[in-house]
Design a protein around this ligand. Structure first.
Ligand code: ADP
Length: 174
């Protein structure tokens, strides 16, 4: 991979709601009406105005993304994307890659320079993290090559195990 691209991706261990970036990505569900996991954490930290804006959007199909303001978060925007529920089907990887691509495209459209992703689909949606990590990093790397306006993509991992998986893969390809 081109050095410039690997320098623009970083793994962080922690809580995505604390990230001081232009946009954080939410692993939402199709209703966009909030849920558990990272979705619940983002809604709690952003405050009730986020849910009100999400209600006005009226849902989001799997693989697509929608943008809202960040309200009480340090991030200016929340990009809500809906990952696939893992079922071992060929379309799972296509849909997961679409989540990353569509989120990054919305970021470019809104002049976002720094963006933080959680491990989309790797919680209750059951995606194996090694596989999801490769899709996340490969898709982001491909996008960054084509879009110099994005300065940094952070992959925020809640757990030490996931952080290790991401760090190993990033080292392997850079
Ligand atoms: P999904 O329904 O897409 O699987 P989850 O929210 O259940 O989404 O989990 C996605 C990933 O986000 C999991 O790896 C989970 O550990 C992680 N996660 C949960 N809360 C946070 C948080 N506050 N910051 C960053 N990652 C989080």
């Amino acid at each position: 991979m081109k050095k410039a691209v690997s320098d623009r991706m970083e793994v962080v261990q922690g809580d995505i709601t604390k990230m001081e970036v232009d946009a954080v990505v939410n692993a939402a569900n199709t209703s966009l009406l909030g849920g558990g996991g990272v979705d619940g954490a983002i809604h709690r930290a952003a405050g009730p105005e986020l849910l009100a804006e999400c209600k006005s959007i009226g849902g989001c199909p799997t693989g697509e993304a929608r943008i809202t303001k960040g309200y009480n978060l340090p991030a200016k925007y929340v990009i809500h994307t809906v990952g696939p529920v893992y079922g071992g089907r060929p379309q799972d990887s296509t849909l997961l890659a679409s989540c990353y691509k569509n989120s990054l495209q919305l970021a470019v459209d809104h002049k976002v320079k720094t963006i933080a992703f959680p491990a989309i689909s790797c919680g209750v949606y059951g995606y194996p993290v090694e596989e999801a990590c490769r899709i996340a990093v490969d898709t982001a790397a491909g996008f960054l090559e084509e879009h110099p306006s994005i300065e940094k993509v952070y992959f925020v991992q809640f757990s030490e195990e996931n952080r290790q998986v991401y760090e190993n893969y990033l080292k392997q390809i850079s």
